[in-house]
Design a protein. Sequence first.
Length: 116
Amino acid sequence: MSFESATTILAGSCGKDIEANCLGVSLDATRLKECLSRNLDSVSAQCRADYIRAFDAISKRIASRFSVGKACEREKTKVCAETLGKPGETIACLLKAPVKSLGWGCNQALTQAGYR
């Protein structure tokens, strides 16, 4: 599930609950999940059914994005050497590179991270 899909689910299922119970809470995934968990007794049934799945998807995407650096280590130095030390540019370079020039693990990590 993409970030966009997860946030759409949260907005649709939990928007009113977040507004009612989590006013002033930073809009990052960890804090929102903690807030909704603390207020489960006053959260709608639809939100309770959907929020864990949505936050799980967000957590997996974040973890996948962190793993790209390690999974693409060889490709970063071989295909995108001119961008080393510039993470945003390195990701852009990897995404522009022909898929066949990247190893299976790097391609898989880019896909799981939602870059493709």
